[in-house]
Write a protein that binds this ligand. Structure first.
Ligand SMILES: Cc1cc2nc3c(=O)[nH]c(=O)nc-3n(C[C@H](O)[C@H](O)[C@H](O)COP(=O)(O)OP(=O)(O)OC[C@H]3O[C@@H](n4cnc5c(N)ncnc54)[C@H](O)[C@@H]3O)c2cc1C
Length: 491
């Protein structure tokens, strides 16, 4: 009998979704090769060290760890041999300008209790809201997270039809802020819940109320911290991929996807041309078309959807211990509406930006020298439309230091031992994310989910896409689901 020839698959990019797609395709029996432009894996989910401090450069909030575990189980490995994580009890510390500090705990009861204690709203009302978002999650997950939105046959499955028939119930006709203001009297609670729009780089005053499900994921399903930090998600999946036979080519940018008779045939790098049966791009879809498919007809409407916000991040080594800070801390601005308006309408940085401080040394002391802390200090900013970023970064540093000093009643300036900075230009340079937008398209209208690029090309066969810029969208869990949907479409 003839030996069956093993099919081959190339993945362009070793972002978290590219690595997950590689593991899934190898498990399907393909011989998989990954080509990554950087010398390191993980794309946004990467790590750097500076003067004894270690930083996770991108994601810091980890939800739905089961989607990571699933990849080990699929490969007949015990996840715990590669990757471990712990549930967080105290998830966020929210600081307000009037001196109020509100803690957000894991679990409906505990969360509602603390919120009711610190705000004008009642525990029962908060529980009722959380029950509603939980119901909304159950109605929407199959439609928006687990299946391709772009395969006609999917609309006839029971779960998806149920979600679509309940379009009103899933908040499609209101904004996040509209629904939150309707539910609660207290401005602080509304602000805390509105903040979840930033998880996909959108404005709560424009994004559909459906996105309030994000709070359900974090508050009820829980937030976790990987042992060894966020980068251990990347490193453990790379170890798994290598163990099952995936081939990695680092420092090897792909320059072109080869097309013949409307069929993807392989890739061109600076060194060689290589042919494959299946091509999956984990590169941002906008730049995949612009840079790797210059001759192809582009889905202009999809590619030209408004992009998400970006960020300026200062990775500061801080020579001090702040007892009042936890792993995740938010120092809120007083006027959230104006802050989002500045980002999305004026494409500028707000004067008093909300600051997110992530300090992994609170959980992994080895991430900072003794008596010190590693601060990932983040503000939301517009994506890159040609602003003077050198000037904006300098201004942002001053605004942030001023706000931190005021709110924490300290002076951090002499405590900053070292600094690295990311701005939208750096984010694009490091990951090829169009305009440095962190989350692909924004979700600032109710049809945004339908306007994300599908996980496959409608015009070129054997060409597929996965990652935060395509369906179902950004974040670690969604990128892992993106890889699952994409590879599920391949026979
Ligand atoms: C600052 C920040 C904070 C975030 N916070 C969170 C959070 O708290 N929780 C969360 O869940 N998510 C968060 N996210 C979002 C999350 O990180 C992303 O959605 C996710 O990591 C994107 O993964 P991806 O697979 O789409 O690929 P990316 O990470 O975008 O990586 C794409 C990879 O493709 C490579 N590549 C591109 N072009 C080529 C080419 N031509 N040839 C070869 N290789 C190429 C790039 O070098 C890169 O390695 C955050 C992101 C950032 C930047």
């Amino acid at each position: 009998m003839d030996k069956e020839i093993q099919k081959t698959c190339v993945i362009i990019g070793a972002g978290i979704s590219g690595i997950a797609a590689a593991i899934r395709m190898q498990n399907k029996g393909y011989a998989v090769s990954v080509f990554e432009a950087n010398a390191f894996a993980g794309g946004k989910l990467s790590t750097e060290s500076n003067k004894g401090y270690r930083f996770d450069m991108g994601p810091s909030v980890f939800t739905m760890p089961e989607f990571v575990d699933e990849l080990f189980i699929l490969s007949n490995k015990n996840p715990r041999d590669y990757f471990n994580y712990n549930a967080l009890d105290l998830v966020y510390r929210y600081f307000f300008e009037d001196g109020e500090l509100i803690d957000a705990y894991h679990g409906k009861e505990r969360y509602a209790e603390e919120m009711a204690l610190k705000t004008k709203d009642k525990k029962e009302e908060i529980i009722h809201y959380l029950n509603k978002t939980s119901e909304m999650y159950d109605l929407t997950a199959e439609v928006f997270l687990h299946n391709s939105l772009h395969k006609f046959k999917n609309y006839f499955t029971k779960a998806i039809a149920k979600g679509l028939l309940n379009f009103g119930k899933i908040g499609a006709f209101n904004t996040m802020n509209g629904a939150n203001e309707k539910a609660f009297k207290d401005k602080k609670l509304v602000q805390i819940l509105n903040r979840y729009s930033t998880y996909n780089g959108s404005s709560p005053y424009l994004a559909p109320a459906t996105l309030n499900v994000i709070s359900h994921v974090e508050i009820e399903k829980g937030a976790y911290y990987p042992v060894g930090g966020m980068f251990s998600i990347t490193s453990s999946l790379i170890n798994l991929a290598k163990d099952i036979g995936v081939q990695f080519n680092f420092s090897t940018p792909v320059r072109e996807i080869l097309i013949e008779n409307k069929k993807a045939k392989g890739i061109r790098t600076d060194k060689e041309i290589k042919y494959f049966d299946v091509v999956i791009s984990n590169m941002d879809v906008y730049n995949t078309y612009q840079k790797l498919l210059p001759q192809a007809k582009k889905p202009i409407k999809t590619l030209n959807q408004p992009k998400s916000s970006s960020g300026i991040i200062f990775y500061w080594g801080i020579k001090n211990n702040f007892k009042e800070l936890g792993l995740h801390n938010i120092l809120f601005s007083e006027n959230y509406r104006e802050e989002f308006d500045t980002i999305f309408s004026k494409k500028a940085i707000y004067d008093d930006p909300t600051i997110y401080l992530n300090i992994t040394s609170k959980h992994t002391p080895a991430d900072a020298p003794e008596g010190c802390e590693n601060w990932f200090s983040f503000i939301n900013v517009p994506n890159n439309s040609g602003q003077d970023w050198d000037k904006l970064v300098n201004e942002a540093r001053e605004k942030m230091i001023k706000k931190i000093n005021r709110m924490l009643k300290t002076d951090i300036r002499p405590m900053i031992e070292c600094e690295m900075v990311f701005d939208p230009r750096v984010i694009e340079g490091r990951t090829s994310s169009a305009f440095g937008a962190i989350y692909g398209n924004s979700s600032n209208n109710k049809f945004a989910a339908f306007m994300r690029h599908p996980n496959f090309s409608k015009k070129i066969s054997n060409l597929y896409f996965c990652g935060g810029s395509v369906h179902p969208g950004p974040s670690i869990p969604l990128c892992l689901l993106s890889a699952k949907i994409t590879t599920g479409l391949i026979k």
